[in-house]
Design a protein around this ligand. Structure first.
Ligand SMILES: [Zn+2]
Length: 500
């Protein structure tokens, strides 16, 4: 048997991704139907235009064009001065008109790139194009009870929802790189606010073109298009499988067939669906009902001015200006909501120190993240508000509570939604820093542990630590550790003096 590693040293994978994202707009791409269809009864968000009735005329949704331009600018693409729409013809029951209004040879955005990897090993994945089209209807496949006859129901609510297609160049060389590209693109769209990019709702969908070739070769092998991947994990697994499958075929001298394959999540394999149509099978031709669009440069400039700070810019700012590690900064910036939460928390800090951003980041990325992940909870919609988070970190910095107490407080806030100081009061968690109060505990610890004092006198420094621990025990963990350590040291120094 030939090992995977051997194969991967012989072959190289060539991967390109086609990503479709539904755009957030009030109305559909070519009619005024409401796009908010997810909870709606089937076939209630429809009109003659999106039902594809004869004699109707489409009108381009300007908001959708704006969203595509915005995406193109974020992907460093060139924005076309003129663009046009084309009919993509194919017969399928989910296509109401029998064709889809898409863009063929004059897309809105051409070229560009997206950066993946880290500062040490950055990678630019080139973008081929970004264009605008419309979503299709949804088919529900049913089986009649009793007869086992199968039939399909058509829900047209989704038909005509603006859909943006982003096509990469075949620049990715591994399943991990493909996943990185997809994650980065996903987070850019969320930052731009142009798409919910929810994979589970089908608002963000990815197809992968995978081929292999011998290392060093410039030729491209037969391309296999992989579909049906419903999560980032599935994308990575499906591409890995496909690279392995094609390499195994090449090793036995068999030809890889150019085809479309579907990812079978339950079996962890790709399955042949159909041999690939060529682009001209779609008989593209210019949409006669829509005139070409002129894109005004001034409009593009205005859109450019509204671009928000993007994930990679945030990571760089968090690490350069706030001293966060790239790892922490990436965790915060990977999702616009988490970044938003972090910046809001920082904004509430009344007396921020150079350490504050780091502390807040730690609490978000570890303790809070743990609670949110357990329940798959939205960070902007949970009891630990940015204000409470900043209060909590401030209380630790001011040594009013220790980090063990802070964890307890966070858990309690998450459960009850009360403020941190309220919980500290009600649970009596306040750290004791008052020397008078602590001195009593220190003296008690010393009188209860003559052996430790003996040990200290005979030169065992660990005895000092032991006594600090005893003070912690006597105060139920509320003693301020550094004040306690000073007091214990002072007290013990008397014994060492009296020794001489
Ligand atoms: Zn409509």
């Amino acid at each position: 048997m030939i090992s995977y590693n051997y194969r991967m040293s012989k072959y190289e994978a060539v991967i390109g991704l086609e990503v479709h994202a539904q755009l957030i707009t009030q109305s559909k791409m070519y009619c005024s139907c409401d796009t908010n269809y997810q909870q709606a009864e089937p076939n209630t968000h429809v009109c003659p235009v999106c039902l594809g009735l004869p004699g109707t005329l489409p009108v381009v949704n300007k908001e959708a064009v704006r969203a595509v331009i915005m995406t193109g600018l974020a992907l460093n693409s060139e924005i076309a001065k003129t663009t046009k729409f084309d009919r993509k013809n194919y017969p399928y029951p989910d296509l109401m008109k029998g064709y889809q209004i898409s863009q063929f040879d004059e897309p809105i955005c051409l070229g560009g790139y997206l950066e993946i990897g880290n500062e040490k090993i950055p990678r630019k994945i080139r973008v081929h194009r970004v264009h605008l089209e419309e979503d299709v209807a949804k088919l529900h496949h049913e089986t009649s009870i009793g007869t086992q006859n199968t039939y399909s129901l058509v829900d047209v609510n989704r038909a005509g929802v603006p859909l943006m297609e982003m096509v990469s160049e075949p620049d990715m060389r591994s399943a991990e790189e493909a996943r990185d590209y997809l994650t980065e693109l996903h987070s850019i769209l969320q930052y731009l606010g142009v798409s919910t990019a929810q994979m589970e709702d089908g608002a963000f969908r990815c197809d992968a073109n995978v081929s292999i070739r011998e290392k060093g070769s410039k030729e491209l092998g037969p391309k296999v298009e992989v579909k049906n991947m419903n999560s980032f994990r599935a994308v990575q697994k499906a591409i890995s499988f496909e690279i392995e499958r094609q390499s195994a075929l090449a090793d036995t001298g068999e030809r890889v067939i150019q085809e479309t394959r579907g990812w079978d999540e339950s079996k962890n394999i790709t399955v042949s669906q159909r041999s690939k149509e060529k682009a001209n099978d779609y008989r593209y031709f210019p949409e006669p009902d829509l005139p070409p669009l002129e894109i005004n440069l001034e409009w593009v400039t205005r859109i450019k001015a509204t671009l928000p700070e993007l994930p990679r810019q945030k990571i760089s700012r968090y690490s350069k200006e706030m001293g966060l590690s790239t790892y922490d900064a990436s965790l915060l910036a990977s999702n616009s909501k988490t970044a938003d939460y972090f910046e809001k928390s920082l904004g509430f800090s009344k007396n921020p120190t150079p350490q504050t951003p780091k502390s807040i980041a730690n609490w978000i990325n570890t303790e809070l993240a743990q609670y949110l992940n357990q329940g798959n909870v939205d960070i902007l919609n949970q009891p630990v508000t940015p204000e409470i988070m900043s209060e909590l970190v401030e209380l630790i910095e001011q040594k009013i509570i220790g980090s063990a107490q802070a964890k307890q407080v966070l858990a309690e806030v998450y459960k009850t939604g009360k403020s941190a100081s309220e919980i500290i009061d009600s649970l009596g968690l306040k750290q004791v820093s008052d020397t008078g109060e602590l001195q009593v505990a220190v003296l008690q610890a010393i009188s209860e542990n003559p052996k430790a004092v003996e040990d200290f006198r005979s030169g065992k420094d660990s005895a000092q630590k032991f006594l600090v621990g005893q003070v912690m025990r006597l105060t139920q963990g509320k003693a301020n550790p550094s004040v306690t350590a000073t007091l214990v040291a002072e007290e013990l120094s008397r014994y060492s003096n009296s020794k001489e």
